[in-house]
Design a protein around this ligand. Structure first.
Ligand code: CA
Length: 461
């Protein structure tokens, strides 16, 4: 009898402590290669994204939100750790390993703690639905990196309509540790449906859902019904891409609706962002990063500035805008500290908890500066000033407050600032370890050419 009473007291204690804690759920919705200007709230005149817009309008929109790299892999390595990936050698995309490198190091180093590892320690159940791209060797798989449930595929992307039992790369079979994956219907819908299912199954405990959509990354493949919505667009690639973004938006809507259905929406931190800028092909480009110049693969704003919002009705006022530069690196500490964890200097994170900045408790900018290093290039943003260092020319300096499209290089007018910023950027650069592996050399020339390309800086009529 005494024993049973003791059990009951312990049980009651845990029940009440859980309900008192009210840890927020966390839903991180990542779009892949979505152009800055390709959602409604960033000014798209062609693509309608009512669900993404409504979600952003219900929270805070970051007008200057950045990815930590202009391509998928490194950007995700930063996103998942809160550390600038260059600080652990993850500069490059893990796509094809060159023969002189070691596959054992072809992914997010196992010495790095992921946000999912940290949230696990706080009692969260973590799910990855969709693209991983942080290593395909067994020790890099998401189930080894803090995710309890995964529905994913190897390599850096996937075909939208099918996989094959022995398929490789874009045709690889789907992988899951909680079910035998159903055949693909349309990958974006499947990712949305699995995300909804994850929410439903875990609605009674704090969860972290990483809804990592393949869309609207290539291959450009859309469903007929969605293509009809954009039949008026002549450029076939643009038309397909618009239809793909539409389907992404529909699935963002599904996720939000599921949270609302279970009355979880109020205390869920929902982030929407893209992992890098839209790729801009020289012929028939399909993404628009307007008003920014540049594209996926380079450090001009169009490569790294992304649609970025956080919604958390319980704690963030609807209709907010935050204008200081923030980084995707800030999400890990924001999630961990909002979940009751603590980040200390020993964690060596580059991101900061954004909550006190959004609330206005802290009025200074979250970062004295932001730095990027990507293969041949490096850049630094300090206040309005953006410096870019390339191997074939003098450093470039732009004043973003009056030249958001980076059209006027003013380096020659500010030599002292250029010298000071170059020094700081260079000191950081040489303090970082060697890269873990490299990408093919063809990208070097391609990147340089991209700095000199023409970009669409306004939305089409
Ligand atoms: Ca990407």
């Amino acid at each position: 009898m005494k024993h049973n009473i003791l059990k009951l007291v312990i049980l009651l204690f845990f029940c009440t402590s859980n309900s008192f804690a009210q840890k927020p759920n966390i839903v991180l919705i990542l779009a892949d290669d979505l152009g800055y200007g390709d959602v409604g709230y960033t000014g798209s005149t062609q693509i309608k994204t009512p669900h993404i817009d409504e979600l952003a309008a219900d929270g805070v929109i970051f007008t200057q939100g950045y990815a930590s790299a202009p391509v998928c892999g490194p950007s995700r390595a930063g996103l998942m750790t809160g550390r600038n990936q260059v600080n652990f050698g993850f500069d490059n995309n893990p796509v094809r390993l060159l023969p002189q490198f070691n596959a054992e190091y072809f992914g997010l180093p196992i010495t790095e703690k992921t946000v999912a590892d940290r949230l696990s320690e706080l009692g969260y159940v973590n799910g990855l639905i969709g693209k991983w791209h942080l290593g395909d060797e067994p020790h890099f798989r998401p189930t080894k990196r803090g995710f309890h449930e995964v529905w994913t595929y190897p390599y850096g992307g996937h075909h939208y309509f099918k996989s094959e039992p022995e398929g490789e790369r874009y045709l690889s079979p789907l992988e899951s540790n909680y079910k035998t994956p159903d055949p693909i219907t349309y990958l974006t819908d499947d990712t949305g449906n699995e995300s909804v299912d994850f929410i439903r199954r875990h609605k009674d405990k704090p969860f972290f859902l990483y809804a990592s959509f393949n869309a609207p990354h290539a291959p450009l493949q859309a469903i007929e019904e969605d293509l009809k919505l954009y039949a008026h667009i002549e450029n076939e690639r643009r038309r397909t891409y618009c239809a793909m973004v539409h389907r992404l938006d529909v699935n963002v809507g599904k996720i939000v609706a599921e949270l609302k259905k279970h009355k979880l929406y109020d205390n869920t931190i929902i982030v929407f962002l893209s992992d890098n800028g839209g790729p801009v092909a020289s012929k028939d480009p399909w993404t628009i990063n307007a008003p920014y110049r540049g594209a996926k693969g380079i450090l001009l704003e169009g490569g790294v500035r992304v649609p970025f919002s956080i919604t958390w009705p319980k704690n963030i006022k609807a209709g907010s805008a935050y204008n200081e530069p923030v980084s995707a690196l800030d999400l890990t500490p924001t999630f961990v500290e909002s979940a009751g964890g603590k980040i200390t200097a020993a964690d060596k994170l580059d991101g900061v908890n954004l909550a006190p900045f959004i609330s206005g408790e802290k009025t200074e900018a979250p970062h004295p500066n932001l730095k990027w290093r990507f293969t041949i290039s490096a850049s630094m943003l300090e206040g309005n000033w953006k410096l870019i260092r390339l191997p074939d020319r003098l450093p470039l300096l732009y004043n973003l407050s009056e030249d958001k499209s980076e059209l006027n290089d003013v380096a020659s007018k500010h030599p002292e600032m250029v010298i000071r910023m170059l020094k700081e950027l260079g000191d950081w650069d040489v303090s970082c370890p060697q890269v873990l592996y490299l990408e093919g050399g063809i990208y070097k020339k391609r990147q340089l050419d991209q700095y000199d390309s023409e970009y669409q800086l306004t939305q089409p009529n």
